[in-house]
Design a protein. Sequence first.
Length: 135
Amino acid sequence: LWQGLSTMPRDITPLYQGAYEKTCGQTCVAMAAGVSREAAIAAVGMPAGTWGADLKRGLAKLGIRTGKTRTLRHNAGAPQFGIVNINYRVNRRKVRRPGHWLLVWEGMIYDPLPPDHEWRPPGEFISGFDILDID
């Protein structure tokens, strides 16, 4: 739930992870905070692969307050401002692989995968948290 601070909302500059890097979460943090991917990786403290707690800790270091992580069912309840995790589905079966982080800003989804990435199956939101405000 956006608290209405004058620093939000602002335009998002899309950023992309490397095609086979596992830095989707760090890239979402960079977009939300308006910093470089390198600064986000340093704030998150993980060079690749992240959990929601890692992203929330990184956002806090960058002056961004977040809400409680919650389960999202069938893409319902996605935040207007937040970071969500999706689980890919192939042929209606969940793929047993790590999820993928996406930034949601003013209801628009920003995917850190490069636009020309060849593998982008349909996904379903499984969890996420709100970005509450920016200091």
